[in-house]
Ligand binder design. Sequence first.
Ligand code: FAD
Ligand code: NAP
Length: 697
Amino acid sequence: MPCEAAAHFLILYGSQRGQAQSIAEEICQQAAEHGFTADISCLSKHDKYNLDSESRPVVFVVSTTGDGDPPDTALKFVRKIKNKSLPHDHLSHLRYALLGLGDTNYANFCNGGKTIDSYLQKLGAKHFYATGHADDGTGLEVVVDPWIEGLWDALKKAFSTMSTSDQQTLSDCTQDSNHQNASDQKKNLEVDLQLLKLSEVDSPKGKTVTSDSIATEIGSTSSVASLKESVPPLSESVLNVPALPPSYLEILLVGTENVEETVLPDKDGYFEVPISKAVQLTQDDAVKTAILLELDISQQQEQVYQPGDAFDILCPNRDSEVEELLLKLDLQMQKNCTVQVNLLKNTSKKAAKVPLHIPQNGSLQFILTWCLEIRSTPKKAFLRALVDFTQNASEKRRLLELCSKQGSADYNSFVRDSSVCVLDLLRAFPSCCPPLSLLFEHLPKLQPRAYSAASSSLQHPGKVHLVFNVVEFPARPEHPARKGLCTGWLVDHVSSILEPHGTALASERPGTSALPKVHVRARPSSTFHLPSDPCVPVVMVGPGTGVAPFIGFLQQREKEREANQEATFGEMWLFFGCRHKDKDFLFREELEKFVHNGTLSHLIVCFSRDEPDAAETVNRPTYVQHNLILHAKNLAKILLEDKGCLYVCGDAKNMAKDVNDTLLEIIGNELQLDKLDAMKIVAGLREDKRYLQDIWS
Ligand code: FAD
Ligand code: NAP
């Protein structure tokens, strides 16, 4: 390395939910161990950096949100580098590396990072290290860990060559994992890393731990791996484990006198509203239970929403889980204590801050209930930190294995894919008793869950309807059966007012008992709305609860038609799918009414698990996309000739992907195009906001 100053680089992150930030902090933390120093800043802090004159290498870590958008914190930066008046060599002095985060379950994978990457390139900036695209769908760490490992050698090279004018850049070498499975990604990445001539040496940041470097107490030689136990070769391997993340918080539990009123801070825009109605929409024997909630928002100033918008619900963690966590931490007696959170003096963590989502002077129970996502899957750094608070040697060894490079497959199957949370770990490793500060350092902010408005305020003034399926996770060796955090809480919360399947939605609820309340805030969509021109034809695809926003669209259109009887309205098509005609055909009566009164031009429904009638052929459509094929000519005409809009809502993992493939097939067949050209047409539809998705996994 030429000199001290040359070993200094800059890390910039654009984070939506904190993941990019924590990875950026991890890079910053590791920098010192590799002989570098780094400054770190959020992309939104424009006074903290100036790329126009930046001579140090810059490392970007950028997540993706919405429909492939850069995170909110990066929007201003993107506008700045998008400025068409900037000369093409404006950033030609800049050497950078970029790590994009995304999820292949969604369209426009890693598009936030890709957007920034392409504008930096257009302005002449050069890669000093291949771009990494990490996929949350298969596990960010599959790409992130080796990408960070390779970064240090790339930085060394960058520092040693930055002064030479004929520097080789890596602009055409991208570690792209898009549309690949995890093992392909890994292979590619390894190949790419070899291209970069990185040697697979033990990471200097981490310790090398041998199986006998810890005196083990394991007597058994069970042959099946599990969360608690490993089998050879892992159980006999030398392990490369991540560096111990430095602790940075000091927690004081200071008695119960000063505890602040434990109400939710309304700074995040939540308001508490009564749930005026709850109806079970599915039969008791349906595969999934769908519930409609009616929220009374009439007392709120901001009660206008558009169909297509969603509402965030903030739900608490389960009392039983909070209690058990307190028990495991040996803090049950202190649960009503006031919590004071300070930065640890002399922490070695760079840019350490008290997390904003942890309030000062809240009670311990309140913070564990309302502020921290205690069900989140622990990252490897958290596992590493837990080791130091674990007494039993074999438990220590297993935790080390799970966070090690060699134990990646076990981490994926027994922690990530099994959705293990910290409580599951404390159950599996009873000698582990971490301090509260460790949980506060590693547990992310409790996130609200979004639900699409399934109503129009024209039809239901002062009210909004939401529909959800109760998410059920069956028991596994790693954890007991449980319900989704929010949907499980909601179904328990409304049990006193829940009306059975078959209750008319319009009926008044008998009785005046106290209504359960819920914290909500509006989450307007920027694009998922009916076209402003009512003549534009609309095709809606929404199986299961994905039909929710379309009920809002149809209620809105019904009212508009009543108010403007002379006006012309475009056709509305709905493709709906469920499992059984008689068990989970959500909103059946309302949809049939829309057809009857002309609001809905075509209602096309399929049932995936009903036995076919004798008259039906074996080619009976089972999924919405099969019906799209049957109506391919109409669909192509609406989209390609009539300039109509296609809306897709619901499951991102399978349905939305399959519908997208079907659309490509339909367009390819209708226009006699190959797949690549069909993809260009579909990309054009997206760009024109005529193919809109509201999907979630
Ligand atoms: P969580 O506890 O958050 O669990 C959900 C996910 O976590 C699972 O899908 C799974 O991937 C994982 N997971 C957690 N624990 C386990 C485990 N033990 N085993 C396996 N996997 C596990 N949903 C609707 O029903 N209706 C809507 O109208 C609707 N609209 C939405 C609109 C938007 C804009 C968005 C972003 C999402 C929408 N969703 C909707 C999804 C909704 O926000 C929630 O994600 C969903 O209800 C599950 O929440 P939960 O807290 O019950 O489940
Ligand atoms: P679902 O589980 O998706 O099932 C609905 C129907 O779709 C079933 O008949 C199912 O059939 C079928 N299906 C399964 N795989 C399919 C595929 N590849 N292509 C097409 N259809 C397929 O419905 P749900 O339980 O209501 O779940 C919908 C999902 O969307 C949930 O994850 C929910 O959280 C989310 N959601 C998101 C939004 C949003 O983002 N705005 C709004 C509402 C709901 P089989 O089971 O028989 O295979």
